[in-house]
Design a binder for this molecule. Structure first.
Ligand code: NAP
Ligand code: MG
Length: 402
């Protein structure tokens, strides 16, 4: 078989620990034998981030703006222990945070569904994609402990020095205070990313806030979504046969539990943070969760939702056998290759991505899987494979499909 040619490079962001090991195995076994991989390589492994004072992360995000599509391996976010372990010059920021800030996007997370790994919610038949707004609210808040009686106010001072005040509370005793914000620009980007993603994946879009209680803050989110929808998307949604639906967050949660899935649930920052953990766990496993950052300018960055699987890596270093699930990382590659194929009009890339995904699913449904899935499957007598052998098994299935 002749290898598939690519015209535009994919931005390749290598990473750390066990996922770095997976990265190489996936390329060697599942990609380079079939695709003439054209990537612009950035090593975001912590050693190289340290060597470049983290410039490599900024360069990789700029390359994503240039080419449009990136695929990223999981990376270590340094903490005090990592500063010591890697003898770091400083405690660098999270690469995901840096990249997100530069590309200004929304993170979409969706579970990969296979027979034998059953959701805990028995009526969930199709994936539920969570779209999390990744800016502001409680994540950029100022807080204060109130020591005793006194008056708390919100004060806004405009550029000419004019003040607007709003009473928060007349404290009779001690308490706590919090001030948070968001930006119209950021909410508009969030809305457009969600509407575009819904059109692209042909799924309904749900959005929910607590607008009945938060009549200015949350209501602004609701209004911005509605205005942009009416002006720019209503017709496209009708033509695609999908709907946009706004409801109160309480109602949304109840409907999600009763639903059979198959839609995108747009969430404010905090709601998305907690709900994505619930949805991922209820679908079975974090190692089966894909993640893509979509920017309103049309840049895409694909990755796995899990981290670098540090515990498995230390076993690997000691020469012990590991059984690490590569599925989410493989899907990061297939997502990126499919998107590259779409943008460059190379349908073979999309067909290859579909077949590689099908190979992953078929291998598991045939009873061959990594340990994390073997522990939760409803299948009887699954075969638990180690990291390398599972990837080899996927290759055998893939060769059958090609
Ligand atoms: P993690 O890598 O997500 O792993 C936590 C645990 O989940 C593992 O120990 C393992 O459980 C299980 N697990 C996760 N992915 C798995 C897979 N593919 N196959 C099998 N089991 C899997 O989180 P962590 O170990 O707490 O964090 C390690 C590093 O990842 C941290 O330095 C953190 O900064 C980084 N991180 C990066 C990203 C990112 O780049 N997007 C996201 C999150 C965390 P068992 O040990 O029980 O087998
Ligand atoms: Mg969370």
């Amino acid at each position: 078989m002749e290898k598939i040619k690519m015209t535009t490079p994919l931005v390749e962001m290598d990473g750390d620990e066990m996922t770095r090991v997976l990265w190489k195995l996936i390329k060697d076994e599942l990609l380079t034998p079939f695709v003439d991989l054209n990537t612009e390589y950035y090593d975001l492994g912590l050693v190289h981030r340290n060597e470049t004072n983290d410039q490599v992360t900024v360069d990789s995000a700029n390359a994503t703006k240039k080419y449009g599509v990136a695929v990223k391996c999981a990376t270590i976010t340094p903490n005090a222990a990592r500063v010591k372990e890697y003898d770091l010059k400083e405690m660098y920021k999270s690469p995901n945070g840096t990249i997100r800030a530069m590309l200004d996007g929304t993170v979409f997370r969706a579970p990969i569904i296979v027979k034998g790994i059953e959701p805990y919610v028995k009526n969930w038949k199709k994936p539920i994609t969570i779209a999390r707004h990744a800016y502001g609210d409680v994540y950029k808040a100022s807080e204060m402990k109130v020591p005793g009686a006194g008056k708390a106010e919100l004060v806004f001072t405009d550029e000419n020095g004019n003040e607007t005040r709003e009473l928060i509370h007349n404290f009779k005793g001690a308490g706590v205070l919090q001030g948070m914000h968001n930006l119209e620009d950021s909410i508009e980007s969030f809305a457009r990313s969600c509407f575009n993603f819904a059109l692209e994946t042909k799924q309904d879009l749900w959005f929910a806030t607590k607008d009945t209680i938060s009549k200015k803050y949350d209501h602004t989110f609701k209004d911005i979504f509605q205005e942009i929808y009416d002006k720019e998307y209503a017709e496209k949604f009708a033509n695609t046969g999908i709907t946009y639906f706004y409801t109160l967050i309480d109602d949304a949660v109840a409907r999600v539990m009763r639903s059979e899935g198959g839609y995108i649930w747009a969430c404010k920052n905090y709601d998305g943070d907690v709900m994505s953990d619930m949805v991922a766990t209820a679908f079975g496993s974090l190692s089966m969760m894909t993640s893509v950052l979509v920017s309103p300018h049309g840049y895409y960055e694909y990755e796995a939702a899990h981290g670098t699987v540090q515990r498995h890596y230390y076993k690997h270093l000691k020469g012990e056998e590991t059984s690490t699930n590569p599925i989410a990382t493989i899907y990061a590659w297939t997502g990126a290759l499919r998107k590259r194929g779409e943008l460059d009009n190379i349908p073979e890339l999309g067909v290859f991505a579909d077949k590689l995904e099908r190979a992953c699913i078929q291998t598991i449904e045939n009873g061959q899987m990594t340990k994390d899935l073997a522990l939760i499957t409803t299948m009887e007598n699954p075969t638990t494979l180690n990291t390398q052998d599972f990837i080899k098994a996927v290759r055998v299935t893939l060769e059958g499909l090609l």
